[in-house]
Design a protein around this ligand. Structure first.
Ligand code: SF4
Length: 683
């Protein structure tokens, strides 16, 4: 059976621990802020509507089996909004889940070999992989087994989940998909050298309000070095990453802070250490791509629509007579009822049939040519998205509808664009379709920097009134292993954007046959036309009194405002947790001062030391409640290194051995003060 990862042995215990905390919160014994520190690294985020949650499920490289997909659909029907959202990192999300139902959901997912851990927070996030890996005629080799094995290993390691900030990895099977690797914190590009499989490696790339291209870390590593390299990156990020300023804590900021020479020197020192101490070689199990079952009776279809569908959405695999099918999912949202039908249907074709794409669509693979008509007949009865123009190439982030950072309702805008666009565009061959990427704010979750046309929301003003506008960026391409990023060509009020695009694409429809790609058309004539249309017809902003609807976002009849658009949950975790621990320390200190019972004072002194040690260990990426681990790690990281004065060694030893501390009250307070002072000095 194809799997995105194996769950670690202790995983059930970790789920039980989280469930215990959720239950504590539900019974009022734990506040929401504390729970947030634990649930976010498990991919559980609160939505804009209070007590509704999003649950993100890991799917390495978009891998899921029909039976797992079916299970997720049933969960969504029973506990959520009855639909599933596919993300640009090839994973899936359930929305509108109540906190009380999450324990059951986590257990159900576990039963089907699925995990939400690392779905959010300061963790190693879902690993993206070229969607055609394993079936692509032009690939160097199939990189999926490597991604799966690395994820399995990292899921076992607790230090994957207490990082300074999120860490994103990508694997690509050829340079055709290079941007995913160059824009990742750590990107692996398949390469063969001297008949040996291996990878070219890029580090410290990323997309956000500002993008950064990855730097070449290795021109080639043997595939047996994969874990050593990835583990080294995790270790140096854990050791040197900035845990205080979340706006500057991604790996690329560490690279900038240390400078290239120092960064590579730090990397090399740790890499040599890992090679000596661990030198772990990931076990690699190849994944077969073949049709496993032949249970269906072959159907026919001789219509023109069937031929058009084949030319737009069906692709020959490198395996003889097998095909992949692109199933467009409008804005990544698929009804649970459709998933159930699809999973049932795919049961005829075996387990290795589904991948989620980075464009939020579904790729079906390993379908024998004899059954393509069966598939088409099934799709036309079940799905509508394949006939919606651009629904396969338009990517939108979730936007202000559910995202707490969002400015614009980007999904509503995208729906309007899809509604308005000329129907004929759905039949343009896939490689000639314009790729459109939309983000509801500058944060780039909709990947606006890497589309043919990218849009990201910002707040604009006319007179005293604010309205939602979008920056227009374009020109992204890859040339000779180099990424050329989009640049801004203008801005437009949100309400005018669909009209502009419709007029612009009507021109493209007339001439697309003359060009190799949309990119070629855009460079030769399209860009000029778009700028001309923008300036001549779509630039004027009406006054508020003239057209109030212009001052509302798409899908909303309220005047656009920034009220309720607060900070997001991505920062949940470390900083909240430390601040929380400091408050607990202050409270215990007061309790000690006000207590006369000797036994209780001793107990409080032990509590305050443990809390302070546990708190400061978070700055080293060590997140644990295990007393033995806390005392050992504190001694190793703070006493032995001289960060905290060695004169406290005896006190720490006595606390660990549960010796009565009543004669050490002042020294205990001094230790705790020194720990907090150290934390503040690095903040
Ligand atoms: S780009 Fe902005 S609005 Fe869209 S999901 Fe990301 S943070 Fe939210």
């Amino acid at each position: 059976m194809v799997k995105g990862y194996e769950l670690p042995k202790n995983f059930l215990q970790e789920i039980d621990d989280l469930i215990g905390l959720i239950n504590k919160n539900l019974s009022g014994e734990m506040d929401g802020a504390t729970l947030k520190s634990y649930r976010v690294p498990f991919g559980i985020y609160e939505q804009r509507t209070p007590d509704t949650f999003m649950v993100r499920i890991r799917c390495t490289g978009g891998i899921i089996t029909p039976s797992q997909f079916l299970e997720i659909a049933k969960i969504s029907q029973k506990f959520g909004e009855g639909k599933i959202h596919i993300t640009t990192r090839q994973e899936v999300q359930l929305h509108d889940i109540k906190l009380k139902d999450i324990p059951f959901i986590l257990k159900e997912l576990y039963g089907f070999g699925l995990s939400t851990r690392g779905g959010g927070g300061n963790t190693i996030r879902n690993v993206v992989v070229s969607v055609n890996s394993g079936i692509d005629k032009n690939e160097v080799f199939d990189i999926v087994p490597y991604a799966v094995s690395l994820v399995t290993k990292f899921l076992e390691e607790n230090d994957s989940f207490g990082l300074p900030r999120k860490l994103k990895f990508a694997f690509v099977n050829s340079t055709d998909d290079l941007e995913s690797a160059i824009l990742a914190d750590l990107g692996f590009v398949a390469k063969i050298k001297d008949n040996k499989k291996g990878f070219k490696v890029f580090i410290s790339g990323g997309m956000g309000a500002k993008y950064a291209t990855g730097k070449l870390l290795f021109d080639f590593i043997d595939d047996t070095e994969l874990y050593n390299v990835a583990k080294t990156v995790k270790n140096i990020f854990n050791q040197f990453g900035d845990r205080k300023n979340r706006h500057k804590s991604r790996l690329r900021f560490l690279f900038d802070k240390l400078g290239e020479k120092e960064f590579f020197s730090v990397f090399d020192k740790e890499y040599q250490k890992i090679k000596i101490e661990q030198n772990y070689i990931l076990p690699i199990t190849p994944i077969e791509n073949k049709q496993q079952k032949f249970a269906l009776i072959k159907e026919e279809n001789n219509t023109k629509e069937y031929s058009l569908w084949q030319s737009s959405f069906v692709f020959q695999q490198k395996q003889q007579d097998l095909y992949s099918i692109l199933l467009p999912i409008k804005l990544g949202d698929i009804k649970a009822s459709d998933v159930i039908k699809l999973s049932d249907f795919l049961d005829n074709f075996g387990e290795n049939t589904i991948r989620f794409t980075k464009e939020q669509n579904i790729q079906i693979r390993n379908i024998h040519k004899e059954y393509l008509a069966n598939f088409y007949n099934f799709l036309t009865k079940t799905f509508e998205a394949y006939s919606i123009p651009l629904s396969d190439t338009l990517v939108s982030c979730t936007g202000a509808d559910t995202c707490k950072l969002g400015i614009g309702l980007s999904k509503n805008l995208s729906s309007e664009i899809l509604k308005l666009i000329n129907q004929e565009l759905s039949h343009i061959p896939y490689n000639k379709k314009p790729k459109i990427n939309i983000s509801g704010c500058p944060n780039c979750c909709g990947k606006h920097w890497v589309g043919d046309l990218g849009f990201y929301g910002f707040v604009a003003k006319k007179g005293e009134n604010i309205y939602l506008a979008y920056n227009i960026v374009c020109g992204f391409t890859i040339k000779c292993d180099n990424l050329i990023f989009s640049t801004k060509i203008g801005e437009i009020g949100a309400k005018k954007l669909p009209l502009l695009l419709n007029e612009f694409f009507n021109d493209y429809l007339k001439v697309f046959a003359n060009y190799e790609s949309f990119y070629e058309y855009f460079n030769m004539t399209g860009k000029e036309l778009l700028i001309k249309l923008l300036n001549e017809k779509y630039k004027t902003i009406p006054f508020f009194e003239e057209d109030k609807t212009f001052y509302c976002d798409w899908g909303s009849d309220e005047i656009f405002s920034l009220i309720g658009k607060g900070s997001g949950e991505c920062s949940a975790g470390l900083f909240d947790f430390i601040e929380k621990d400091i408050k607990i320390i202050e409270k215990i200190k007061l309790d000690i001062e006000n207590e006369s019972n000797e036994e209780k004072i001793n107990s409080y002194l032990h509590q305050i030391i443990f809390t302070a040690l546990r708190m400061i260990l978070l700055t080293k990426g060590i997140e644990t409640n295990d007393k033995q681990v806390v005392f050992n790690a504190f001694t190793k990281n703070f006493i032995n290194t001289g960060i905290i004065d060695k004169s406290y060694q005896d006190l720490i030893y006595n606390a660990e051995k549960l010796v009565n501390l009543n004669n050490n009250k002042q020294k205990t307070f001094a230790l705790v003060t020194d720990i907090i002072t150290h934390y503040k000095s690095i903040s």
